[in-house]
Design a protein around this ligand. Sequence first.
Ligand SMILES: Nc1ncnc2c1ncn2[C@@H]1O[C@H](COP(=O)(O)OP(=O)(O)OP(=O)(O)O)[C@@H](O)[C@H]1O
Ligand SMILES: [Mg+2]
Length: 496
Amino acid sequence: MKEKFLEISNVSKTFPGVKALDKVRFDICPGEVHALVGENGAGKSTLIKILSGVQPPDDGAKIVIEGQETVLHDPMDAIKKGISVIYQDFSLFTNLTVAENIGINEIIEKNQKILHWQEVNAKAEKALNFLKSDINPRTIVGNLSVAKQQMVAIATAVAQEAKMIIMDEPTSALSKKEVERLYEIIEDLKAQNIAIMFVGHKMEELFHVADRFTIFRDGQYVDTVNAKEVTESDLVAMMVGRKIEGKSYANLEEKGEEVLTVKGLSKKGNFKDINFTVRKGEVLGVTGLVGAGRSETAQAIFGLTSIDSGQVFIEGKEVHIKSPADALKMGIAYVPESRQTQGLVLPKTIRENILLPQLDKYANKLGILNNKEMEDATNKWIDMLDVRPNNPDLTAMSLSGGNQQKVVLAKWISTQAKVLIVDEPTNGVDIGAKDEIHKILRNLAKEGMAVIVISSELPEILTISDRIMVMRRGRVSGFLDNKDLTQEMIMKLSVA
Ligand SMILES: Nc1ncnc2c1ncn2[C@@H]1O[C@H](COP(=O)(O)OP(=O)(O)OP(=O)(O)O)[C@@H](O)[C@H]1O
Ligand SMILES: [Mg+2]
């Protein structure tokens, strides 16, 4: 066994009313990818905050780095001791250049009054070269794509001479191709003996990158296992404490009347000549590679962007949707993909977030809100989606990432639209909750909604859809009935 880079034990963290971590342990060797897995709220991000010096653990924690017991006082201290984190939002200064971002810690730390720009630039270039990246160090970070911003964050860690890099759900905003690129970078980092702690929810990715898994459940340590010695369903069972059946909900029975019909929808540079119909009781899966125009089409139907030409019909009547407010009035709800930026008002409570789009429904003629009804409504939704902790008065900010996603879903599902469009509904959601969300969407369809699920995850598309619309480069490349389908058959229609 190699000497460990890091070894922690007896690590606990208590928040008012929540024990986020309860005497957990974890260790990692140089050159190893050790994935930390567990359901939403299991305590993964909390441990990351402790290891990066952002939050102190409760008393009694033991943290050993390279054989020496230590305390991580603050983020700069953790960096100095070799631990760097790539946060989900990357925590970059978007108004500064790439080089400035990569060099900033050093600048702050040395309290340099005179900036040695040549040095900073050289350092940035070296780190970017190591990552085989063609990003110009003089570019303003805010102008880069999400994948490139992530590259800058990784380059920053490399420039800090990190011995351990923590990645918290690093693939959630990446396309398939960018994920492949990240895999290569992880290989390069491993080859340099850098340890990588990887947090994520997608089984395929976890099994691709991880050498070992450590499983947490509700803040408790469950086990640590070698990736080669465990199957996906074993791992899931350890995370969730129960078996998840991977069956498909497809139902090819005759559906009800047409709810939404789209004819010849086009927008230059985004999508062209889109035609489809969704019926009452139907779940239409929409898939394709990133950039195929799926979200753009949905956003146009919801009135977030304009179209160049084409028609939209609700229950056979043509409608002209100019804004999301129009769309809601016509009975169309759209759950966006990015929970942080488009979905939630973080400082507001769970209840307020859920009720936001429909406050007028709960107000009487005088505009006075009916509290009892509001309370019943939110309680119903947080129960149904299993939001944890089960307390509508907590702020959205205090929730784990996956539980925030559940609140976004509750917010839109509860508007009781005729057409519900959900964009990557289970991104960042754990496997147990994912199954719940699939069941809920199926139930909504059964109760008479027309549901459109946009997803890049083919297993999800095969689980949830009755019919599948595949898009490629802004056009519909085919429709498939979800019967005896394989992922390969869908992929064929997705790629040119
Ligand atoms: N600042 C805080 N105040 C109160 N509770 C918190 C705070 N931060 C986290 N928690 C709670 O601690 C628990 C663990 O949350 P954490 O974010 O670590 O989960 P996670 O495993 O990262 O989940 P996810 O997969 O959803 O990101 C949750 O119950 C969460 O609500
Ligand atoms: Mg998290």
